[in-house]
Design a protein around this ligand. Structure first.
Ligand code: 4NP
Length: 144
């Protein structure tokens, strides 16, 4: 799960998907395309909305997406178009490129919709992000 800062959207996506799959067989992680928040815990507003729905994401720590993530993960979900392009720029070959998907295409196929960045907004933005990611992760968890 990849967003820009790895403190708002992708930590929620990680927590939501991990809660819907078997932890012994599916490993879910998240990262950011930017390094501003490396080592930080998720934004308090993401922690709160996750807690409201029974998920604890407060032990996550932000990290930057690395080229070796293409070797370690089977699918890489980008939260928005800009993250998608930035991940693709790091792809070394077609196999890497094919791992990268826009997460909302799971729930809204072929529409290339972005999960809006909630960082500069209020709590409602985080609630909206949660709802969108929960819907997409329901579909992802059924597929895997
Ligand atoms: P995220 O949100 O990409 O969903 O983690 C953001 C977090 C921080 C910033 C931007 C977006 N920032 O500019 O610091």
């Amino acid at each position: 799960m990849v967003c820009l800062g790895n403190i708002c959207r992708s930590p929620l996506a990680e927590g939501i998907l991990q809660s819907k799959v078997d932890a012994d067989t599916v490993f879910v992680d998240s990262a950011g395309t930017a390094a501003y928040h490396v080592g930080n815990k998720p934004d308090e507003r993401s922690i709160e909305v996750a807690a409201k729905y029974g998920l604890n994401i407060r032990n996550q720590r932000a990290r930057k997406f690395e080229v070796k993530d293409f070797d370690e993960f089977d699918i890489i979900f980008a939260m928005d178009e800009s993250n998608y392009q930035n991940i693709l720029m790091l792809a070394r070959n077609e196999e890497d490129e094919q791992k990268v998907k826009m997460i909302l295409n799971e729930s809204n196929p072929n529409e290339n919709l972005s999960v809006p960045d909630p960082y500069y907004g209020g709590n409602q933005g985080f609630e909206n992000v949660y709802t969108m990611l929960d819907e997409a992760c329901n579909i992802i968890s059924k597929k895997i």
